[in-house]
Design a binder for this molecule. Sequence first.
Ligand code: ASP
Length: 345
Amino acid sequence: MKNHSSVLIIFTGGTIGMIKKDNRYIPVKFKDLISHFPELKKLNCYLEIISFNPPIDSANINEKIWIKIATIIQENYMKFDGFVILHGTDTMAYSASAVSFMFQNLNKPIIFTGSQLPIGVHRTDAKENLITSIEIASKLDFGKAIVPEVCIYFEYKLLRGNRTHKSNSHDFNAFSSHNYPPLAKAGIDIDYNFNYIRKSATKPLKIYTDIKNNIGVAKIFPGISKEYLKNVLSNMYFDAIILETYGCGNILNDEWIKNELKQFIDKGKIIINKSQCEAGSINQTRYETGQFLEELGVISALDMTFEATITKAMLLLHDYPDRLSFKQKFQEPFCGELTIKNNSL
Ligand code: ASP
């Protein structure tokens, strides 16, 4: 029996692996950065690193990269106790959400982390983020993972990946999870919030890689024109649209908007209602300005983040293109991304 736990680090890029050149940050190879991490050699953990070549700014992430990350994890799943994904912060919450939906029956940790300042900068937050992520990813209790979930670890907090949103581009404390408590907090010790951590799966791991990007987003704002919405809704490419609504899921209830939305739904297409608020849940029956959406067949995103809403929809559109089966699956919790009373895990 091995006496060290083992972690695979997948370096995709992001600020954590950038240097300053001509007054802006550009990515460099992880091997050129490893010299900044002498601590890694002292960890009581076997580490291997797979690096994207070239590393990418996470603004360039797309569904193909999610498939690449998930496939690397799948291919190495039996060999390692946990996985740490070094990723830019800009789209980390999207990638963590997507990867969480791509795996079923996970029983190992997949921890996304990165930093707000590059590793070579004196005040960098990269070291703490990476070292603690490795510690969490490698932590076993009687041979079983403590946190068998896709998470984001950042600035002393471990958050469920598909509940997380990048809410600050300046502070080290860049991520929030408004609708779910942290899974752990790191201080002198790492205090795990065991009541909120998912249980390990016992069935074999399954991976889903059919992701469709024929989805659009329409943000509602006071004064929105018919022309704008009509343009989005008449685009033949889109099978689904996320409406970014006010409060608990309300929008103007003028006749023209009802007609535009109805025409889209009558074509057999899908409209999802996601609030512009980060905390709280959609309730399409509280106000008249939401009730008509419910009656039209608009699908509530409940208390999911925007990142979870769009990535879950992208994965479901392939297998559940019709509205009713899509709705049933979409509103079912896959891996803790939404709260159903007394059943959020
Ligand atoms: N643009 C960078 C990225 O997301 C920002 C970061 O890593 O913090 O890759």
